[in-house]
Design a protein around this ligand. Structure first.
Ligand SMILES: C[S@@+](CC[C@H](N)C(=O)[O-])C[C@H]1O[C@@H](n2cnc3c(N)ncnc32)[C@H](O)[C@@H]1O
Ligand SMILES: [Zn+2]
Length: 352
Protein backbone atom coordinates (compact mmCIF):
# COMPACT_ATOMS: atom_id res chain seq x y z
CA UNK A 1 0.00 0.00 0.00
CA UNK A 2 1.04 3.58 -0.50
CA UNK A 3 1.17 6.19 2.28
CA UNK A 4 -1.55 8.10 0.38
CA UNK A 5 -4.09 5.29 1.04
CA UNK A 6 -3.87 6.02 4.77
CA UNK A 7 -5.72 9.31 4.17
CA UNK A 8 -8.66 7.37 2.72
CA UNK A 9 -8.88 4.59 5.33
CA UNK A 10 -10.77 4.58 8.62
CA UNK A 11 -11.47 1.98 11.28
CA UNK A 12 -14.35 -0.23 10.07
CA UNK A 13 -15.68 -0.43 13.64
CA UNK A 14 -15.48 3.07 15.13
CA UNK A 15 -14.55 5.11 12.04
CA UNK A 16 -11.62 6.82 13.75
CA UNK A 17 -8.41 7.31 11.80
CA UNK A 18 -5.69 4.67 11.57
CA UNK A 19 -1.98 4.93 12.37
CA UNK A 20 0.50 2.97 10.28
CA UNK A 21 3.39 1.03 11.80
CA UNK A 22 5.37 -0.03 8.73
CA UNK A 23 7.57 -3.14 9.03
CA UNK A 24 8.76 -3.61 5.48
CA UNK A 25 8.92 -1.28 2.50
CA UNK A 26 9.89 -1.46 -1.15
CA UNK A 27 10.45 2.07 -2.42
CA UNK A 28 7.21 4.03 -1.79
CA UNK A 29 5.25 0.84 -1.17
CA UNK A 30 4.54 -0.49 2.34
CA UNK A 31 4.63 -4.28 2.03
CA UNK A 32 4.01 -5.29 5.64
CA UNK A 33 2.98 -3.62 8.85
CA UNK A 34 0.07 -2.88 11.14
CA UNK A 35 -2.72 -0.31 10.95
CA UNK A 36 -3.80 0.65 14.46
CA UNK A 37 -7.02 2.51 15.19
CA UNK A 38 -6.43 5.74 17.12
CA UNK A 39 -9.90 5.39 18.70
CA UNK A 40 -10.59 1.77 19.68
CA UNK A 41 -6.98 0.45 19.32
CA UNK A 42 -8.01 -2.44 17.04
CA UNK A 43 -5.17 -3.57 14.79
CA UNK A 44 -5.32 -4.62 11.15
CA UNK A 45 -2.39 -6.19 9.28
CA UNK A 46 -0.83 -5.06 6.02
CA UNK A 47 0.35 -8.19 4.20
CA UNK A 48 1.84 -8.49 0.72
CA UNK A 49 1.28 -4.78 0.24
CA UNK A 50 -2.47 -4.87 1.00
CA UNK A 51 -4.29 -3.77 4.17
CA UNK A 52 -6.46 -6.65 5.41
CA UNK A 53 -9.60 -5.89 7.40
CA UNK A 54 -10.96 -9.45 7.34
CA UNK A 55 -9.49 -12.66 8.74
CA UNK A 56 -10.00 -14.61 5.48
CA UNK A 57 -12.17 -14.87 2.40
CA UNK A 58 -15.23 -16.07 4.32
CA UNK A 59 -18.12 -17.09 2.01
CA UNK A 60 -16.35 -15.88 -1.18
CA UNK A 61 -13.70 -18.61 -1.40
CA UNK A 62 -15.09 -19.58 -4.83
CA UNK A 63 -14.19 -16.08 -6.00
CA UNK A 64 -10.64 -16.45 -4.66
CA UNK A 65 -10.49 -19.67 -6.72
CA UNK A 66 -12.04 -17.97 -9.78
CA UNK A 67 -9.75 -14.94 -9.94
CA UNK A 68 -6.66 -17.01 -9.27
CA UNK A 69 -7.46 -19.18 -12.29
CA UNK A 70 -8.52 -16.42 -14.67
CA UNK A 71 -6.19 -13.62 -13.61
CA UNK A 72 -6.19 -11.57 -16.82
CA UNK A 73 -8.89 -13.20 -18.97
CA UNK A 74 -11.30 -10.26 -18.68
CA UNK A 75 -8.78 -7.44 -18.73
CA UNK A 76 -9.03 -5.28 -21.84
CA UNK A 77 -6.32 -5.65 -24.44
CA UNK A 78 -5.31 -3.64 -27.51
CA UNK A 79 -7.77 -5.70 -29.59
CA UNK A 80 -10.63 -6.18 -27.12
CA UNK A 81 -12.47 -3.51 -25.07
CA UNK A 82 -15.30 -5.63 -23.61
CA UNK A 83 -14.73 -4.52 -20.00
CA UNK A 84 -14.72 -0.86 -21.01
CA UNK A 85 -18.04 -1.32 -22.88
CA UNK A 86 -19.55 -3.18 -19.93
CA UNK A 87 -18.34 -0.42 -17.60
CA UNK A 88 -20.10 2.19 -19.75
CA UNK A 89 -23.37 0.25 -19.99
CA UNK A 90 -23.36 -0.58 -16.26
CA UNK A 91 -22.56 2.91 -14.96
CA UNK A 92 -23.79 5.30 -17.66
CA UNK A 93 -20.36 6.98 -17.44
CA UNK A 94 -17.72 7.39 -20.09
CA UNK A 95 -14.35 6.50 -18.56
CA UNK A 96 -12.97 9.94 -19.45
CA UNK A 97 -15.64 11.49 -17.14
CA UNK A 98 -13.59 10.01 -14.29
CA UNK A 99 -10.26 11.66 -15.16
CA UNK A 100 -8.79 13.26 -12.02
CA UNK A 101 -11.61 11.87 -9.84
CA UNK A 102 -11.39 9.71 -6.72
CA UNK A 103 -13.33 6.52 -7.41
CA UNK A 104 -14.33 3.45 -5.38
CA UNK A 105 -14.72 0.03 -7.05
CA UNK A 106 -16.84 -1.93 -4.58
CA UNK A 107 -16.06 -5.61 -5.25
CA UNK A 108 -13.17 -5.19 -7.69
CA UNK A 109 -12.40 -8.88 -8.39
CA UNK A 110 -9.25 -9.09 -10.52
CA UNK A 111 -9.53 -5.37 -11.28
CA UNK A 112 -10.85 -5.19 -14.85
CA UNK A 113 -12.98 -2.07 -14.19
CA UNK A 114 -10.28 -0.47 -12.04
CA UNK A 115 -8.08 -0.87 -15.11
CA UNK A 116 -10.71 0.99 -17.21
CA UNK A 117 -10.97 3.85 -14.68
CA UNK A 118 -7.22 4.06 -14.08
CA UNK A 119 -6.47 4.19 -17.82
CA UNK A 120 -8.87 7.15 -18.00
CA UNK A 121 -6.86 8.96 -15.31
CA UNK A 122 -8.89 8.28 -12.15
CA UNK A 123 -7.45 7.45 -8.74
CA UNK A 124 -9.16 4.19 -7.81
CA UNK A 125 -9.59 2.28 -4.56
CA UNK A 126 -10.63 -1.35 -5.10
CA UNK A 127 -12.20 -3.31 -2.25
CA UNK A 128 -12.89 -7.04 -2.29
CA UNK A 129 -13.52 -9.66 0.37
CA UNK A 130 -11.69 -12.40 -1.56
CA UNK A 131 -8.01 -12.93 -2.32
CA UNK A 132 -8.77 -11.46 -5.75
CA UNK A 133 -7.18 -8.30 -4.30
CA UNK A 134 -3.76 -9.95 -4.64
CA UNK A 135 -4.43 -10.66 -8.32
CA UNK A 136 -5.75 -7.12 -8.86
CA UNK A 137 -2.65 -5.66 -7.23
CA UNK A 138 -0.45 -7.46 -9.75
CA UNK A 139 -2.75 -6.58 -12.66
CA UNK A 140 -2.70 -2.87 -11.76
CA UNK A 141 0.95 -2.59 -10.74
CA UNK A 142 1.66 -0.16 -13.57
CA UNK A 143 -0.90 2.41 -12.30
CA UNK A 144 0.54 4.32 -9.32
CA UNK A 145 -2.84 5.82 -8.38
CA UNK A 146 -4.63 2.53 -7.69
CA UNK A 147 -5.09 1.05 -4.20
CA UNK A 148 -6.32 -2.36 -3.03
CA UNK A 149 -8.02 -3.19 0.25
CA UNK A 150 -9.27 -6.58 1.44
CA UNK A 151 -12.47 -5.85 3.34
CA UNK A 152 -16.18 -6.56 3.61
CA UNK A 153 -18.47 -4.07 1.88
CA UNK A 154 -20.80 -4.35 4.86
CA UNK A 155 -18.02 -2.99 7.15
CA UNK A 156 -16.06 -0.65 4.93
CA UNK A 157 -12.78 0.70 6.36
CA UNK A 158 -13.07 3.96 4.42
CA UNK A 159 -13.41 7.64 5.31
CA UNK A 160 -16.95 8.87 4.84
CA UNK A 161 -18.03 11.28 2.12
CA UNK A 162 -14.78 11.28 0.19
CA UNK A 163 -15.40 9.54 -3.15
CA UNK A 164 -16.45 11.43 -6.27
CA UNK A 165 -17.89 8.26 -7.77
CA UNK A 166 -18.69 4.80 -6.42
CA UNK A 167 -19.50 1.85 -8.68
CA UNK A 168 -20.22 -1.79 -8.01
CA UNK A 169 -20.59 -4.06 -11.01
CA UNK A 170 -21.87 -7.60 -10.49
CA UNK A 171 -21.11 -7.72 -6.77
CA UNK A 172 -23.86 -6.67 -4.35
CA UNK A 173 -26.11 -9.67 -5.20
CA UNK A 174 -23.25 -11.95 -4.09
CA UNK A 175 -23.33 -10.59 -0.51
CA UNK A 176 -25.72 -12.00 2.11
CA UNK A 177 -27.91 -8.88 1.77
CA UNK A 178 -27.84 -6.88 -1.49
CA UNK A 179 -29.71 -3.92 -0.14
CA UNK A 180 -27.63 -3.63 3.05
CA UNK A 181 -24.45 -3.74 0.96
CA UNK A 182 -25.85 -0.98 -1.30
CA UNK A 183 -26.77 1.16 1.73
CA UNK A 184 -23.29 0.85 3.20
CA UNK A 185 -21.82 2.41 0.04
CA UNK A 186 -23.87 5.60 0.23
CA UNK A 187 -22.01 7.26 3.09
CA UNK A 188 -18.74 6.98 1.16
CA UNK A 189 -19.96 9.26 -1.64
CA UNK A 190 -19.17 12.95 -1.25
CA UNK A 191 -22.20 15.28 -1.48
CA UNK A 192 -22.77 15.86 -5.20
CA UNK A 193 -20.91 12.66 -6.07
CA UNK A 194 -22.40 9.73 -7.99
CA UNK A 195 -23.05 6.03 -7.61
CA UNK A 196 -23.90 3.29 -10.12
CA UNK A 197 -24.62 -0.38 -9.46
CA UNK A 198 -25.39 -3.38 -11.61
CA UNK A 199 -27.08 -6.39 -10.01
CA UNK A 200 -28.57 -9.57 -11.47
CA UNK A 201 -32.09 -9.11 -12.81
CA UNK A 202 -35.24 -10.80 -11.59
CA UNK A 203 -37.90 -11.15 -14.31
CA UNK A 204 -35.37 -9.99 -16.88
CA UNK A 205 -37.43 -10.40 -20.07
CA UNK A 206 -40.53 -8.85 -18.52
CA UNK A 207 -38.49 -5.82 -17.41
CA UNK A 208 -36.87 -5.45 -20.85
CA UNK A 209 -40.28 -5.09 -22.49
CA UNK A 210 -41.59 -2.90 -19.69
CA UNK A 211 -38.75 -0.37 -19.43
CA UNK A 212 -37.01 -0.52 -22.82
CA UNK A 213 -39.60 -1.59 -25.42
CA UNK A 214 -37.63 0.13 -28.20
CA UNK A 215 -34.28 -1.42 -27.32
CA UNK A 216 -35.30 -5.06 -26.92
CA UNK A 217 -33.11 -6.21 -29.78
CA UNK A 218 -29.94 -4.47 -28.61
CA UNK A 219 -30.42 -5.62 -25.02
CA UNK A 220 -31.01 -9.25 -25.98
CA UNK A 221 -27.94 -9.18 -28.18
CA UNK A 222 -25.86 -7.80 -25.32
CA UNK A 223 -27.26 -10.14 -22.65
CA UNK A 224 -27.83 -13.36 -24.56
CA UNK A 225 -25.64 -12.95 -27.64
CA UNK A 226 -28.48 -13.66 -30.05
CA UNK A 227 -30.77 -11.72 -32.36
CA UNK A 228 -34.48 -12.37 -32.36
CA UNK A 229 -36.26 -12.15 -35.73
CA UNK A 230 -38.67 -9.15 -35.58
CA UNK A 231 -41.72 -11.36 -36.28
CA UNK A 232 -41.01 -13.39 -33.12
CA UNK A 233 -40.84 -10.39 -30.81
CA UNK A 234 -44.62 -10.25 -30.08
CA UNK A 235 -44.52 -13.95 -29.11
CA UNK A 236 -41.56 -13.33 -26.83
CA UNK A 237 -43.34 -10.37 -25.24
CA UNK A 238 -46.43 -12.46 -24.48
CA UNK A 239 -44.42 -15.32 -23.01
CA UNK A 240 -41.86 -13.16 -21.14
CA UNK A 241 -43.34 -13.91 -17.68
CA UNK A 242 -43.38 -17.69 -18.25
CA UNK A 243 -39.87 -17.70 -19.76
CA UNK A 244 -38.51 -15.67 -16.84
CA UNK A 245 -40.04 -18.16 -14.44
CA UNK A 246 -38.58 -21.15 -16.37
CA UNK A 247 -35.09 -19.63 -16.49
CA UNK A 248 -35.04 -18.58 -12.85
CA UNK A 249 -36.40 -21.81 -11.42
CA UNK A 250 -34.20 -24.11 -13.52
CA UNK A 251 -31.14 -22.07 -12.61
CA UNK A 252 -32.04 -22.09 -8.90
CA UNK A 253 -32.48 -25.88 -9.01
CA UNK A 254 -29.10 -26.41 -10.71
CA UNK A 255 -27.38 -24.01 -8.33
CA UNK A 256 -28.76 -25.97 -5.39
CA UNK A 257 -26.38 -28.75 -6.46
CA UNK A 258 -23.55 -26.80 -8.09
CA UNK A 259 -22.90 -24.58 -5.04
CA UNK A 260 -22.37 -27.76 -2.98
CA UNK A 261 -19.74 -29.24 -5.32
CA UNK A 262 -16.02 -28.85 -4.59
CA UNK A 263 -14.87 -25.87 -6.75
CA UNK A 264 -12.38 -28.10 -8.59
CA UNK A 265 -15.12 -30.44 -9.80
CA UNK A 266 -17.33 -27.57 -10.85
CA UNK A 267 -14.37 -25.98 -12.62
CA UNK A 268 -13.92 -29.18 -14.64
CA UNK A 269 -17.64 -29.41 -15.46
CA UNK A 270 -17.79 -25.78 -16.63
CA UNK A 271 -15.49 -26.70 -19.52
CA UNK A 272 -18.62 -28.19 -21.12
CA UNK A 273 -19.41 -24.57 -22.07
CA UNK A 274 -16.60 -24.66 -24.65
CA UNK A 275 -18.31 -27.13 -27.06
CA UNK A 276 -21.92 -26.44 -25.92
CA UNK A 277 -21.56 -22.89 -27.22
CA UNK A 278 -21.72 -24.16 -30.81
CA UNK A 279 -24.90 -26.14 -30.10
CA UNK A 280 -26.54 -23.23 -28.24
CA UNK A 281 -26.02 -20.99 -31.28
CA UNK A 282 -28.26 -23.14 -33.49
CA UNK A 283 -31.80 -21.64 -33.38
CA UNK A 284 -33.37 -25.09 -32.96
CA UNK A 285 -31.53 -25.44 -29.65
CA UNK A 286 -32.34 -21.95 -28.26
CA UNK A 287 -34.72 -23.50 -25.69
CA UNK A 288 -31.66 -25.11 -24.07
CA UNK A 289 -30.55 -21.63 -23.08
CA UNK A 290 -33.65 -21.33 -20.92
CA UNK A 291 -32.97 -24.54 -19.11
CA UNK A 292 -29.23 -24.53 -18.56
CA UNK A 293 -27.29 -21.28 -18.66
CA UNK A 294 -23.71 -21.20 -19.91
CA UNK A 295 -21.34 -18.36 -20.76
CA UNK A 296 -21.80 -17.42 -24.43
CA UNK A 297 -18.69 -15.33 -25.03
CA UNK A 298 -16.77 -16.14 -28.25
CA UNK A 299 -13.58 -16.56 -26.16
CA UNK A 300 -13.57 -20.16 -24.77
CA UNK A 301 -11.76 -19.27 -21.51
CA UNK A 302 -14.21 -16.44 -20.90
CA UNK A 303 -17.10 -18.91 -21.40
CA UNK A 304 -15.72 -21.27 -18.75
CA UNK A 305 -15.13 -18.34 -16.39
CA UNK A 306 -18.68 -16.96 -16.87
CA UNK A 307 -20.21 -20.41 -16.37
CA UNK A 308 -18.22 -20.99 -13.18
CA UNK A 309 -19.13 -17.46 -12.03
CA UNK A 310 -22.83 -18.31 -12.41
CA UNK A 311 -22.90 -21.73 -10.74
CA UNK A 312 -20.36 -21.33 -7.93
CA UNK A 313 -21.15 -18.32 -5.67
CA UNK A 314 -22.79 -19.06 -2.32
CA UNK A 315 -25.14 -16.05 -2.62
CA UNK A 316 -26.79 -15.00 -5.85
CA UNK A 317 -29.84 -12.77 -5.35
CA UNK A 318 -31.85 -11.26 -8.20
CA UNK A 319 -33.70 -7.95 -8.26
CA UNK A 320 -36.16 -6.04 -10.41
CA UNK A 321 -35.76 -2.45 -11.62
CA UNK A 322 -38.66 -1.32 -9.40
CA UNK A 323 -36.97 -2.77 -6.33
CA UNK A 324 -33.55 -1.23 -6.99
CA UNK A 325 -35.04 2.14 -7.92
CA UNK A 326 -36.86 2.02 -4.55
CA UNK A 327 -33.50 1.60 -2.73
CA UNK A 328 -32.08 4.63 -4.54
CA UNK A 329 -35.15 6.72 -3.69
CA UNK A 330 -35.12 5.69 -0.04
CA UNK A 331 -31.41 6.53 0.19
CA UNK A 332 -32.36 10.09 -0.85
CA UNK A 333 -30.41 9.93 -4.12
CA UNK A 334 -31.25 12.27 -6.99
CA UNK A 335 -31.05 12.11 -10.80
CA UNK A 336 -31.90 8.41 -10.63
CA UNK A 337 -31.44 6.74 -14.02
CA UNK A 338 -32.42 3.23 -15.08
CA UNK A 339 -29.81 2.13 -17.61
CA UNK A 340 -30.48 -0.23 -20.54
CA UNK A 341 -28.53 -3.06 -18.92
CA UNK A 342 -30.63 -5.10 -16.54
CA UNK A 343 -30.47 -4.20 -13.70
CA UNK A 344 -28.18 -1.14 -13.74
CA UNK A 345 -29.18 2.02 -11.87
CA UNK A 346 -27.27 5.28 -11.29
CA UNK A 347 -27.89 8.25 -9.00
CA UNK A 348 -26.33 11.29 -7.37
CA UNK A 349 -25.98 12.13 -3.68
CA UNK A 350 -27.56 15.53 -3.06
CA UNK A 351 -25.34 18.48 -2.14
CA UNK A 352 -25.37 18.91 1.64
C1 LIG B 1 -18.76 -11.64 -9.91
S1 LIG B 1 -17.39 -10.96 -9.05
C2 LIG B 1 -17.29 -9.36 -9.85
C3 LIG B 1 -15.93 -8.74 -9.75
C4 LIG B 1 -15.74 -7.47 -10.60
N1 LIG B 1 -16.66 -6.43 -10.25
C5 LIG B 1 -15.88 -7.86 -12.06
O1 LIG B 1 -16.99 -7.74 -12.60
O2 LIG B 1 -14.89 -8.33 -12.64
C6 LIG B 1 -18.07 -10.55 -7.46
C7 LIG B 1 -17.03 -10.07 -6.46
O3 LIG B 1 -17.70 -9.61 -5.29
C8 LIG B 1 -16.87 -9.90 -4.18
N2 LIG B 1 -17.67 -9.84 -2.95
C9 LIG B 1 -18.74 -10.60 -2.62
N3 LIG B 1 -19.19 -10.24 -1.38
C10 LIG B 1 -18.39 -9.22 -0.95
C11 LIG B 1 -18.35 -8.43 0.23
N4 LIG B 1 -19.24 -8.60 1.22
N5 LIG B 1 -17.41 -7.49 0.34
C12 LIG B 1 -16.51 -7.29 -0.67
N6 LIG B 1 -16.50 -8.02 -1.82
C13 LIG B 1 -17.43 -8.97 -1.96
C14 LIG B 1 -16.34 -11.29 -4.51
O4 LIG B 1 -15.20 -11.62 -3.77
C15 LIG B 1 -16.08 -11.18 -6.02
O5 LIG B 1 -14.75 -10.84 -6.32
ZN1 LIG C 1 -11.62 1.79 15.84
Amino acid sequence: MQQRLLQLLACPECHDSLRLEAESRQGEEILAGVLRCTGCARAFPVRDGIPRFVAGDSYVSTFSFEWKRWQRTQLDTASRRTSELTFISSTGKQPQDLAGKLVLDAGCGAGRYMDVAARAGAEVVGVDLSFAVDVARRNLASFPRTHLVQADLLHLPLRRECFDFVYSIGVLHHTPDTRAAFSSLIENIRPGGGIAIWVYPRRRLSDVFRYFPNQVDAILRQDYHFTLPARLQPILRRSAGALDWAMESSSDAQRFFSTRLPPRWLYGMCHAAIPLYYLYRIPLFYPLRLLSKIGMDPNPQWRVLDTFDWYSPRYQWKHSFAEVRGWFEEAGLEEIALLPRLVAVAGVRPQA
